[in-house]
Design a protein around this ligand. Structure first.
Ligand code: BJW
Length: 257
């Protein structure tokens, strides 16, 4: 007589123990329990009349630079108040206990995985705490860093700051809709997804590509896929196992030795 199949958590824990290479794809939901609203949460206060999807585009920034800059400034101020939660910490601790076994790929721009101590984080959509120029410098053709006058940190303060000479604007160093992801980061994420034996997909709606495509790639390459989310996601059909609940609840249980 064969026994009953393991419950979802026990099954997923077994795969964690067995996998030599684990890739984890995270989204905004892993930071929800730190107090960071998810990307598609309804906005409040000054931003109640705007959808995040309509602000996070190069077109929106060019049309309404002050509005989009101030939205990012408000989010930066909010991030200064928050700390990593038990989900971020469980991932960082697993990496520390098992060097080289877990590659962390995140769509988040909040820096909380890095703050929790995760190493080699592949940040697909950039970093909210960094800035860069909107356009190449009209004088040098460079985006900055090499020439003093091309350093965004030297820009004239404002909403957004700008270059005193060519009026180029400073923008957050994140990836907006319609923009390419950083090529080297995406290549490393593709490699991790196609080489892993287990992929955990935590706290993402799975709506945004090419990030969501990494879960399909992992599955097509033979990996087990586990989705952790309190709500249904667009990646549920790609998953072998679904853990319904929050990432701060599941990740510590899943990744404990
Ligand atoms: C919890 C929880 C708890 C709550 N615990 N979970 C193929 C098909 C169709 C369209 C495209 C395609 N390929 C490319 C596109 C176009 C586009 C795209 O994907 N559009 C879709 C909307 C359809 N992609 C792009 O434009 C990308 N660029 C690109 O492809 O370049 C090539 C190209 C160019 C031009 C044309 C075509 C191709 C760039 C995408 C950049 C995304 N950038 C953003 C903004 C970053 C900066 C910022 O934050 O302001 O990144 S958008 C936003 O979405 C943000 C997120 O990283 C990303 C993903 O969202 P995420 O993380 O999933 O958050 P939510 O809010 O959606 O979900 C939260 C989840 O958490 C929910 O499921 C909750 O249930 C859950 N949750 N509490 C665990 N406690």
């Amino acid at each position: 007589m064969t026994g009953a199949p393991p419950a979802p958590l026990e099954q997923a824990r077994q795969w964690v123990r067995q996998a030599r290479r684990i890739a984890v794809l995270t989204g905004a939901g892993v930071s929800a329990e730190s107090g960071v609203p998810t990307f598609r949460d309804v906005q409040v206060g000054l931003w109640a009349n705007f959808r995040a999807e309509d602000l996070a585009t190069p077109e929106a920034f060019r049309a309404h630079p002050q509005r989009v800059w101030d939205w990012y400034a408000a989010r930066r101020a909010q991030l200064a108040q928050v700390q990593p939660n038990a989900g971020h910490v469980a991932l960082a601790e697993f990496q520390r206990r098992h060097p080289g076994r877990l590659t962390l790929i995140t769509q988040n721009v909040d820096g909380l995985h890095q703050k929790a101590g995760s190493m080699g984080v592949l940040a697909l959509h950039g970093n909210l705490s960094e800035n860069r120029w909107l356009d190449p410098c009209l004088k040098t053709g460079l985006y900055g860093q090499t020439v003093r006058s091309c350093d965004p940190a030297q820009a004239v303060p404002g909403h957004p700051p700008h270059c005193a000479e060519c009026h180029n604007l400073v923008r957050p160093d994140v990836v907006w809709f319609g923009e390419m992801l950083p090529e080297d980061v995406l290549a490393a994420a593709h490699h991790a997804a196609s080489a892993c034996e287990l992929m955990l997909v935590a706290g993402t709606s799975g709506m945004v590509y090419p990030a969501a495509g990494l879960a399909h790639l992992a599955r097509q390459s033979g990996a087990r896929v586990v989705v952790l989310n309190p709500e249904p996601t667009d990646l549920d059909e790609t998953a072998h196992v679904r853990l319904t609940g929050t990432s701060a609840q599941w990740l510590p249980l899943l990744l404990a030795d």
